[in-house]
Design a protein around this ligand. Structure first.
Ligand code: SPV
Ligand code: MG
Length: 565
């Protein structure tokens, strides 16, 4: 139901309704939760809270509209906006009505102060009001401008505030009711409710009355209702409550010099989370923001120790080896960031405390000496919420590889170098390799396509399917389609599949071999990938042709140094 209609319905059903003054969106929410009928957007409150300024038309119409609109959106009960004098003459009032109506506000109040006004509660009653006709014109203009028949226009007279007495107050109220006002607000700053009571006694028309018992605040809603007031506004108490609470909290923290000093006086963080709808945020993100969910995290596996690299890595792990002024890790992080991957985790082990690049999330594998890659990977399981890119911490690669990886399809993808044969004599089986033997532990893949037979052919995007993977002990190098370079991608679904397979494997292989490994603790990533293949999952390749280097030996390091720019 529209808020305008809600307000009309409340007024038709209840003898009186009570609105409470909000100064911002969260105070409005609290007013709603406390069970009041509606919210009053107090110009006194918004001037103070939003701008720390006096209530004297200092806020523009647009600023007031924004405050009212924010408040309106924070609640689902009717909101009545205090629009002061309408920010000018009848022409301004017409725009006010159009704008506030458009913002979904249930109603507004327009007072007979001139522009600029002074808050009714400020000391002194030497104030001029606009002529009755002028104010009646503002009300007629307001009623003409509204397009929603239920939009509620309150005409407020400041006759008592200006010390003009009850006759003037009544005269004005009648004129405003004649002009079409939906209600009359009779403002008073007398110390008791007698002034408003006497007004109500003489008000015989069906147009409802509105009271703002701030200065005569001992009167109850019931008493005002009995006098004949149908809308009662507690205009500024939440603002004043928050000022007092803040002053006390600040004084206490300043004196005691620690934030929990005022713990008993402040709400827990969770209460703020609840009020602002943090749980909705999570739900909406899950449901709609595919890009947030789809944007992958990366886990860099940098725990291992490589004895062949001693003494080069006597003081730091491999990933911190420098290549022309930048470590391998720095190069990886910069490539990931270029590819739009900003959540990056690093699994540390050997000399882990030397890895301390900022803005990375760290995970520890203290048992790096007795365990292997797969174990390290699952030390970072906390990162496995959406898609994950897994990278070995000792590879240097062309940034375009990540872009290709992210563009490619498939829940589980391995980056496979199709040129690998060029490097190794025993792999080339008579073709022109560079004469090097395939090092032990080289991770190879067999695929389903004919690419294997034609190394020169490399489809730019078309993925191939991995039929088998493992080291060169398991896979005959002369048959292999390519080398796994140590970069893999798991979609959100892919990583769930991998997690489940790992969990099952942990149960089944508590001792004894897992795929090629002597135990699950000593397993590599390709052992898990082979397990996934055995379970019938599809693994696709992301084919590349050179463009990467692995640093396993001193010779690798020298070569890497030469190649990188
Ligand atoms: C307000 O809350 O801004 C009002 C009521 O207009 S008063 O402050 O009493 O003028
Ligand atoms: Mg006001």
């Amino acid at each position: 139901m529209k808020r305008t209609t809600q307000l009309r319905k409340l007024l038709s059903e209840k003898k009186s309704i009570t609105l409470v003054g909000a100064h911002d969106a969260i105070s409005a929410k609290l007013i709603q939760e406390a069970g009041f009928d509606g919210v009053w957007v107090s110009s006194f409150g918004t001037s103070a809270a939003q701008k720390c300024m006096p209530d004297a038309n200092v806020l523009t119409m647009t600023e007031s509209l924004l405050a009212a609109s924010d408040i309106n959106q924070a609640v689902n009960i009717p909101v009545v906006a205090d629009c002061d004098n309408g920010y000018g003459n009848a022409v301004n009032v017409m725009r006010v009505v159009r704008e506030f109506e458009k913002a979904g506000i249930a109603g507004i109040s327009i007072e007979d102060n001139p522009f600029p006004k002074r808050c009714s509660l400020y000391p002194g009653d030497d104030r001029d009001l606009v002529a009755i006709d002028e104010m009646a014109g503002r009300i007629r203009a307001a009623k003409r401008a509204q397009t929603d028949a239920d939009f509620f226009v309150i005409a407020r007279t400041e006759a008592f505030i200006a010390g003009l007495g009850i006759e003037e107050a009544l005269k004005r109220a009648h004129a405003y009711a004649d002009a079409g006002a939906d209600a009359i607000l009779v403002h008073s700053k007398a110390k008791t409710a007698e002034e408003v009571a006497s007004f109500a006694r003489q008000w015989k028309r069906p147009v409802p009355l509105v009271a703002v018992p701030t200065k005569y605040g001992k009167v109850t809603s019931d008493e005002l209702e009995a006098m004949g007031y149908q809308v009662i506004i507690f205009a500024n108490q939440p603002l004043r409550a928050s000022i007092k609470a803040m002053q006390e909290t600040l004084a206490e923290m300043r004196a005691k010099r620690f934030p929990d000093a005022s713990d008993q006086k402040i709400v827990p963080l969770e209460e703020v989370f609840r009020l602002v709808g943090q749980s909705d945020l999570d739900r909406v993100q899950k449901e709609f923001i595919t890009s947030a969910e789809e944007s992958p995290s990366a886990v860099i596996l940098a725990a291992g120790f490589e004895k062949d690299l001693m003494p080069l890595i006597a003081a730091r792990p491999k990933t911190l080896l420098e290549l022309k002024g930048k470590s391998i890790l720095e190069r990886q992080v910069s490539a990931l960031k270029t590819a739009g991957v900003s959540r990056i985790g690093v699994v540390r082990g050997y000399l882990g405390n030397t890895i301390c690049m900022p803005q990375l999330k760290y995970f520890e594998n203290p048992r790096y000496a007795d365990t292997y890659i797969l174990h390290s990977l699952f030390c970072a399981e906390e990162m496995f919420k959406g898609p994950v890119i897994v990278l070995y911490g000792d590879i240097v690669f062309d940034e375009t590889i990540l872009q290709k990886l992210l563009r490619s399809k498939g829940d589980i993808r391995l980056v496979v170098d199709r040129s690998w044969r060029d490097h190794y004599a025993s792999a080339s089986a008579g073709e022109n390799g560079n004469g090097k033997a395939v090092p032990k532990g080289t991770e190879l893949v067999l695929t389903s396509s004919v690419h294997t037979q034609n190394q020169r052919f490399l489809s730019p995007e078309e993925p191939d399917t991995v039929t088998q993977t493992g080291t060169n002990e398991r896979i005959d190098p002369s048959k292999a389609a390519g080398e796994f370079i140590g970069i893999a991608y798991f979609s959100a679904r892919g990583i769930q599949i991998a997690k489940e397979a790992y969990r099952q494997a942990l149960k089944r292989h508590i001792s004894g071999p897992f795929q090629e490994a002597s135990s699950i603790e000593k397993a590599s990533l390709v052992d898990l990938v082979q397990e996934l293949i055995d379970l019938g999952h599809e693994i696709s390749t992301v084919d590349i042709y050179k463009g990467w280097l692995e640093v396993d030996t001193f010779e690798d390091y020298r070569r890497a140094w030469e190649k990188v720019t």
